[in-house]
Design a protein around this ligand. Sequence first.
Ligand code: MG
Length: 378
Amino acid sequence: MNKLATYAVSEENSRGRKFAEPRAQGRSEFQRDRDRIIHSSAFRRLEYKTQVFVNHEGDLFRTRLTHSIEVAQIARSISRRLNLNEDLTEAISLAHDLGHTPFGHAGQDALNECMQSYGGFEHNLQSVRVVDVLEERYADFDGLNLCFETREGMLKHCTLTRAAQLAELGERFMMGRRPSLEGQIANLADEIAYNNHDVDDGLRSGLITLEQLTEVPLVSRHLQQVRESYPGLTERRVVHETVRRMINTLVSDLIRQSAENIAGHNLMTLDDVRQAPLLIGFSPEMQQAQRALKKFLNTHLYRHYRVMRMSAKAQRIIRDLFGVFIADPRLLPTQFQSVKTQSEHVHARVVADYIAGMTDRYAVREHKRIFAVEEAAF
Ligand code: MG
């Protein structure tokens, strides 16, 4: 690893872990966090969870696991170039989606609706809940006991009411302060990753075409370059060459602009980072280019009727499951019943944890097991 900038997160300025543990041998504390995340069961389940496409739609689409790995790759490159803590950036990136429900945003929206009278459901908070409470792996504590900065980086946004209940993790929201630069990088690497892989998956699925995409300046500029440099190249390679150039352009712009922002703020310490405005960001031109791409994906991919049908089906599954488990807790698997529910709120949270932890296919099967009457689905 490069020599860290004085304002990077380091083991020296870290606020450490909630439960004291002997120092890691032969690896940094943030590498240790990364390793704990990779060995968690929530991480393994990401393989069968999706963002846009339902998992069984095809084997070539991104899942949340491959998405998280792509985010980590992008975030590490940026972090290293800016002399920031690459290990921490990697840990945050790999953990950022751990709390996602099955069926991507459709699933999250449905579960949030179901949970309205019980405090709502937010995947970002759920990711923190997974690493703080839900993973059961260690003898001495619940969760993974990750370093403060890893947890803080995972919590991208939060309402003030919620922040007030989150103790030290909510502090920065209450005080209007910023997360570490490493956390800021993971957040934007997420955006770079999904915009680009959604273009790729969208094309692969046939829901959008290269022809349509020429209306997006960021795409058409690179597409034209590729077509001019390689006349007669197969369509598949044209797409890949275009997407990889787009990622490169976005990453280079982000590094350039962020370095300039950092230099302009005379940062010396991590505390300076927290008090400064957000410093990791794209240039104004690139922000605009990204917005145009997002707008395109919104209109042509995320609201495509076939995606809408998948979403509608997904939401029905989530609502049905939530409804039966709330009405009759005896239908929950035994280990979820063992939590002696003092109140309806606690019970609803147990149900939400159970549903949020499901993979796409597990949710489909569970729905069948409970609702299907025509076959031996029990
Ligand atoms: Mg993500």
